[in-house]
Design a protein. Sequence first.
Length: 329
Amino acid sequence: MSILEGSSILITGGTGSFGKAFIAYALEHLNPRRLVVFSRDELKQYEVRQLFHDDPRLRWFIGDIRDERRLARALHGIEYVVHAAALKQVDTAEYNPYEFVKTNILGSQNVIEASIDAGVKKVVALSTDKASSPINLYGATKLTADKLFITGNHYAAAYNTRFAVVRYGNVMGSRGSVIPFFAKLGASGEPLPITDLRCTRFFITLPDAVRMVVDTFELMQGGELIVPRIPSMKVTDLAHAVVPDAELIDVGLRPGEKLHEEMISPEEGRRAVTVAGGKYFIIQPDIASWGYKAPAGATPVPDGFAYRSDSNDTWYTQEEIVEIIKGGI
């Protein structure tokens, strides 16, 4: 039985791809007493309300995480928070850097402050592989947000609120996924543009991302940055899984894009352990005034460990990718 069952939960950015998948899982498996969807776009909220047939367990708050007072109102009586709201487009961030700072950094601090003030028990914030050794503005804002949530446990040391972060790679089936883009081009017989034919990526399915967040509420003491042990894939294998006979064109890496992705840097690896039978890595906090202790059964990773998509020991085959796509991801 999950600690989330029968509880009061709020999700920021709740009308996005992850949010909709989390709502569906929560309504089916967790039976929340109240699930508050906090997001900015009234049209998306209307569409998601229709998707879930105005389930009476759902509550709908129009609001922006940049507005701490609105957050405070929405968090009244909330026990658990999933923080999924963020600006995420790498190229858009390069052109609009301060907008990303205001949402991803200042908005995250608002979530931290408002959660402590409201007496929330646990907060899990969603991060990205781009926050590890960031080379673009988006990744830098998410790394800063990660640091804020981890150190938020210092602010909350005298309170009951605890914060943890989950970091995973690209999500198959999400709104920004390349899969429908490839499928659309393939249907018209056009070649598929690949930023670099050598590219490798981490991919996780939406259901696995949701289950990871639910697991994190169970695992966390506060201060953890949790990373899933998931397969890598070659981008060329993904392209041919979507359109088997497609011509692939190497168009070059975009500004701020990595050839291979990283979820645990060598520096973070010094504080990493595996838990849950190797299912997850935990990057432990280096300073923990709130009394963090390494979880029972945790196994330290080898010296010099880093977790990169090109040196991963587990890979999706093209056939496995096809099956995942056929299954509706």
